[in-house]
Design a protein around this ligand. Structure first.
Ligand code: FES
Ligand code: FES
Length: 157
């Protein structure tokens, strides 16, 4: 029998048996682990709704096979507040009222956390917004999302 798929998800070690080679990380997260905060939108890498962090890098879980990330650390919206940067981003989204239906929000939050980890807290707002252009909001709440990004403190956690 092949060894189980091993992931650390939101700080918890998970060993998953019988995961088919073709299973998407998105399905592992939503259906095996029951973490429904990660959303499925386009299924083709064009909306960002399914964004999670894999080893702190922003990753589209609809385009990633679970076995590709065997042994990795995965952060979903349910665990993002464990991290100081994630907590700050969540707070800014809440303060800015940067959600309407909320379907796109987990993907925006995780994508922004990934950008801040990659580029550092001093990254200019315009650059962050440009790099978030792969995330779509069907409610067109872009102004409030931009406000949340602009409100991010540039120093400290
Ligand atoms: S569902 Fe993955 S990018 Fe749209
Ligand atoms: S808040 Fe509804 S899709 Fe963005």
């Amino acid at each position: 029998m092949p060894p189980p798929l091993a992931l650390t998800v939101n700080g918890e070690r998970r060993l998953l048996d019988d995961v088919p080679d073709s299973e998407r990380l998105l399905d592992t997260i939503r259906w095996r682990l029951g973490l429904k905060g990660t959303k499925e939108g386009c299924r083709s890498g064009e909306c960002g709704a399914c964004t999670v962090l894999v080893d702190d890098r922003s990753t589209l879980s609809c385009l990633t096979l679970a076995h590709e990330v065997d042994g990795s650390t995965v952060t979903t919206i349910e665990g993002v507040a464990r991290d100081p940067v994630g907590r700050t981003v969540q707070e800014m989204f809440a303060r800015a009222g940067a959600l309407q239906c909320g379907y796109c929000t987990p993907g925006f939050v995780l994508a922004l956390v990934g950008l801040l980890k990659e580029r550092g807290r001093a990254a200019p707002t315009e650059e962050l917004l440009a790099d978030l252009s792969g995330n779509l909001c069907r409610c067109t709440g872009y102004l409030s999302i931009a406000r949340a990004v602009a409100m991010l403190p540039r120093e400290g956690p």
